[in-house]
Design a protein around this ligand. Structure first.
Ligand code: MG
Length: 159
């Protein structure tokens, strides 16, 4: 069996009055992420990890932000399309590990729902998706609550 690893990173600016989507779940908060799609930074990092592992470029290549088709699109749809691309190359996901970096709000109450939302799309058991969250210790743009970042790594297995 051939295995491949991939890494993804994404960052989005935070603005008042925007809905805040993380890991496919809407989080109640004063701020939300700004972007062409629904700006779900965790799903975007995840998509880039998966695309990278499969040698399929990145989310910007597959779903250009100049294309009006992707305006405000639910990032779960982008993740589903990434999975279709992987299936076409005979890959399945082994496991995924991700870290969110943001100051507020506390993410732990939402981690279960994020995993319940994303694992069916990824086609993996609940325990094969790990999502962690940390603050940036009040330093830099994340510390000033101007932005949110996410990192993800994944393992792909050839079917
Ligand atoms: Mg993004």
């Amino acid at each position: 069996m051939k295995i491949r690893t991939g890494f993804g990173f994404d960052v989005h600016r935070l603005e008042t009055g925007r809905p805040f989507f993380l890991g496919g779940v809407q989080i109640p908060h004063s701020h939300g992420a700004l972007g062409h799609s629904d700006a779900d930074v965790l799903i975007h990092a995840l998509c880039d990890a998966l695309l990278g592992a499969a040698g399929l470029g990145d989310i910007g290549i597959q779903f250009p932000d100049t294309d009006p088709a992707y305006k405000n699109i639910d990032s779960k749809i982008l993740l589903s399309r990434v999975m279709d691309l992987l299936k076409a190359k005979n890959y399945r996901v082994g496991n995924v590990d991700a870290t969110l970096v943001l100051e507020k709000p506390k993410i732990s109450p939402y981690l279960t729902r994020m995993k319940e939302t994303l694992t069916p799309i990824l086609g993996i058991p609940y325990d094969d998706l790990s999502i962690k969250a940390t603050t940036n210790e009040k330093m830099g743009f994340i510390g000033r609550e101007e932005g949110v970042a996410a990192y993800a790594i994944c393992l792909l297995e050839s079917v």
